[in-house]
Design a protein around this ligand. Structure first.
Ligand code: PLP
Length: 456
């Protein structure tokens, strides 16, 4: 079948219109749009349908049932929008249909992965020869980095875990903050290190691991710390943890899904001082850098351990002698993620990344101040981009979250932190303007008042 110019242009036109209108629509889809999804419930037909009709159905039924995370007033999870340059570059790579597993399948994909990996290492001021792997999300990045950690620690003990497995292997201990992100536990489970076998270290009022409460460390211990607690944005005490780990020969892994980006902004960088002394790092591109989804990176100081854990060999893989992407990631086939990173970093420059981080942090402070003035209790010190707050008595957080989501002006989600039900707002989108913050704040406060009035 021939390639079809008109079809791709139709897709581009529809995408452009979606983006033009995304800020004018309710952030969560309407009940009518959700009901409309039933139009997808049809049996697989005997005969195929032409592409134009497929695009029309996808756009007419699907577009209204999206959540407007690519607008300016989505404050759930830590969801950034998509940078126009990265989004457009991403679309071009889709037409290329590149598989960057083996270098020979996508020289440009492999090249831009190396360029973007080097730029990121530089931006985060990580050690010079740190290896990198482009994966789907921060959870997968932690999985990848922890696979390297497992390999390195067991090799030192004379055990090749990737060849011989974990049965009979010397024991590895994993020490985590009691507020580690659930993806860390999932990664540990997948690696055979156990979701529940971890030694949990208590946290302080801001959710930072208490360094004095660390158990004795040794050279068969992995310590997982975080830069950017999902509720408070707080960063674990990296200098104290890395000093203890260095002395004992333990491996320190950092979950910096969004917090690592503080490193790229002079105002916020002091929060993550000491980061360079860790052994591995995980971060997302689809959060604060505002890339399309499934963009994250793992960094591992010991590149040999990463390659040892991830390498794959087959006679047809045509080793080039240069860096082979398939030697770094769990997947063999995958799309050229480096392009999205390259495009956004090139579009923003160092200054643009720093400004994005600074602006998001400023918006978080404005929102926290506004909520406090309206009688809310802000539970965290707003040092970064997360705000966790409790509405005035009488307005339960879950009812306020439901009211805000149904209203459609903006979106925030409920959370539970330090034993309290609360609401959480994340500021991580380049599309969020100061006017968006003001308008959302006004609406959130008013809706909480309504909930309170109705409950009272
Ligand atoms: C979002 C997040 C993750 C998981 O990231 P994914 O991209 O969803 O895999 C892990 N840790 C922290 C701190 C996060 O904020």
């Amino acid at each position: 079948m021939a390639h079809d110019d008109r079809l791709f242009e139709d897709a581009a036109r529809r995408a452009a219109r979606y983006l033009r209108e995304v800020d004018a629509r309710p952030v969560a889809p309407t009940a009518e749009a959700l009901d409309g999804l039933a139009r997808f419930d049809e049996p697989l037909a005997e005969a195929g349908v032409d592409g134009a009709a497929i695009l029309a159905q996808l756009d007419e039924v699907g577009s209204p049932a999206t959540v407007a995370t690519n607008g300016g007033r989505y404050f759930g999870f830590v969801i950034g929008g998509a940078h126009p340059a990265a989004l457009a570059a991403h679309c071009l790579t889709l037409a290329w249909d590149q598989n960057v597993g083996p270098r020979v399948l996508s020289p440009v994909g492999a090249k831009l992965e190396e360029v973007a990996g080097g730029w990121l290492r530089d931006l985060f001021a990580l050690p010079e020869d740190t290896a990198f792997a482009f994966v789907t999300g921060a959870g997968m990045a932690s999985f990848t980095a922890l696979a390297a950690a497992r390999r390195a620690l067991l090799l030192r003990a004379g055990w090749d875990v990737d060849a011989d497995g974990l049965y009979g292997a010397p024991e590895i201990r994993v020490v985590c903050s009691a507020e580690s992100h659930p993806t860390i536990h999932k990664a540990l489970g997948l690696l055979g290190l156990g979701r529940k076998r971890v030694i949990e270290v208590p946290t302080d009022a801001q959710g930072r691991l208490i360094a004095d409460a660390l158990p004795p460390l040794d050279d068969r211990t992995i310590v997982c710390v975080q830069a950017g607690n999902i509720n408070s944005g707080a960063v674990d005490p990296l200098p104290a943890v890395t000093a203890a780990a260095r002395a004992a020969g333990a491996w320190v892994h950092v979950d910096g899904a969004f917090g690592l980006w503080a490193r790229a902004c002079p105002d916020a960088a002091p929060l993550v001082a000491g980061l360079e002394a860790c052994d591995s790092w995980a971060t997302d591109g689809h959060k604060w850098l505002n890339l399309p989804y499934e963009n994250a990176v793992a960094f591992v100081r010991d590149g040999g351990a990463l390659r040892g854990a991830m390498s794959i060999r087959a006679p047809y893989l045509l080793e080039s002698g240069a860096r082979e992407p398939y030697d770094t990631t769990p997947e063999l086939s995958r799309r050229p993620r480096g392009v999205d990173f390259w495009a956004a970093l090139k579009a923003l420059g160092r200054q643009g990344v720093a400004d994005l981080v600074r602006r998001s942090c400023g918006q978080a402070r404005v929102a926290a101040d506004g909520l406090r003035q309206a009688g809310w209790t802000v539970l965290n010190d707003v040092a970064l981009n997360q705000v966790t707050a409790v509405p005035p008595a009488g307005a339960t957080p879950s009812a306020v979250a439901a009211a805000v989501q149904a209203d459609g002006t903006c979106w925030l989600g409920p959370t539970r932190w330090k034993g309290r039900d609360a609401l959480r707002l994340s500021f991580s989108s380049m599309h969020t303007t100061e006017a968006d913050v003001a308008r959302s704040l006004e609406r959130i406060v008013a809706l909480a008042e309504d909930v309170r009035a109705k409950a009272g």
